[in-house]
Design a protein around this ligand. Structure first.
Ligand SMILES: [Ca+2]
Ligand SMILES: [Ca+2]
Length: 156
């Protein structure tokens, strides 16, 4: 808000004010038409330049906002679904995950085979094929399940 009153707020100038101002300061200077036009032309060029810069800036910011939105939409499903899909082996891993890495794979067969080879006291979960004995057949069952597309069919 300007500190100066608007023209419509000033009302009429007091009588004789114009004549007194003219007496004090003389007549308003006469500006040659070519100088007036040059000033006006320069002002218009500068205003047009500001409008172009503002329009370019608006275009850049709008494009950036649209790109950010598109990126958000594009990346959104990956962000929201970033948890890996459980492998068919991971559900069985709890029972036969001998190396405790959260998955059933060939390493578990190797770990079990090493326990058996070393003559360690067998645990109940080592009897993978449920035949009542812990031997290389159990390690083989884990290996078969690890490479099977349907590990539940290999290990019951
Ligand atoms: Ca494992
Ligand atoms: Ca067995």
């Amino acid at each position: 808000m300007s500190d100066f009153p608007r023209q419509d707020e000033l009302g009429e100038t007091p009588a004789g004010l114009g004549a007194e101002l003219k007496a004090m300061f003389g007549s308003a200077p006469v500006v040659r038409e070519d100088i007036d036009n040059a000033v006006l032309s320069t002002a218009r060029r500068r205003l047009a330049h500001r409008r172009r810069v503002r329009l370019a800036w608006q275009t850049v910011t709008s494009t950036a906002a649209a790109a950010a939105l598109a990126m958000l939409v594009w990346l959104g499903p990956w962000q929201w679904n970033s948890a890996p899909a459980p492998s068919p082996h991971s559900a069985m891993a709890m029972a036969h995950d001998f190396n405790r890495d959260g998955d059933l794979d060939i390493v578990d067969a190797f770990v079990l085979a090493r326990h058996i080879r070393d003559g360690e006291t067998p645990l109940a979960e080592w009897d993978v094929n449920h035949d009542g004995a812990v031997n290389s057949d159990d390690a083989d069952a884990i290996a078969m399940a690890a490479v099977s597309l349907s590990p539940r069919e290999v290990i019951q």
